[in-house]
Ligand binder design. Structure first.
Ligand SMILES: Cc1cc2nc3c(=O)[nH]c(=O)nc-3n(C[C@H](O)[C@H](O)[C@H](O)COP(=O)(O)O)c2cc1C
Length: 173
């Protein structure tokens, strides 16, 4: 087999945000809905930056843009709901990232007494509180502590890859 020549990575590049966004987009991720009821209104957003962090204490994280108009309200909720979206949630995901007034239109969701809102047909649902917020450039990393978990559905996750929604089609063994 002939080796393909690889040029060394150039140092001191001007890391243009458009090129960075494209490179970050190569990494596939799931998508979650982060939501709560605040002042009698459902508030929430879609986030692909979700990741599991710790088992003890149970922690997950997501990153929220510092430009988010929703996060300053959402973070006031005493509890937050996180729902892992399924592969049939493409339109719901776009809606949860779209105009604030219509994010929950036609979306079946349940809210706990503490205000954590989760989607009824997600793959897994978490009841969380904010554990820590860490400034990270133009985003804030939000660590969430879990208080309840339910993994109800065995269908496939929604996958966000190269700015498009995908589904997992098969395993590699
Ligand atoms: C697939 C997808 C993933 C997203 N992931 C994030 C994310 O991880 N963090 C974030 O701040 N916004 C993310 N967004 C954008 C938010 O859902 C929302 O549109 C954004 O916060 C602007 O709305 P806001 O000003 O009401 O917060 C994502 C949007 C989509 C469609």
């Amino acid at each position: 087999m002939t080796a393909v020549p690889v040029t060394p990575l150039a140092t001191n590049q001007d890391l243009d945000p458009v090129a960075l966004r494209q490179a970050f987009g190569v990494f596939p991720s799931g998508v979650v809905a982060v939501a709560a009821e605040v002042d009698d209104e459902l508030v929430g957003l879609a986030a692909s930056s979700f990741t599991s962090v710790s088992l003890d204490p149970p922690l997950v994280s997501f990153s929220v843009a510092n430009t988010s108009k929703t996060w300053p309200t959402l973070r006031r909720a005493s509890h937050l709901g996180v729902t892992i979206l399924a592969d049939h949630h493409g339109a719901v995901c776009r809606q949860l990232a779209g105009p604030v007034a219509h994010r929950f239109d036609g979306v079946a969701a349940t809210t706990t007494a503490d205000g954590a809102t989760t989607l009824d047909d997600g793959l897994a649902r978490f009841d969380c509180t904010v554990y820590h917020e860490l400034e990270a450039g133009d985003h804030t990393i939000v660590l969430l502590q879990l208080h309840a978990v339910e993994q109800a559905d065995t269908s496939q996750p929604l996958v966000f890859h190269r700015s498009r929604f995908q589904s997992i089609t098969g395993g590699l063994g």
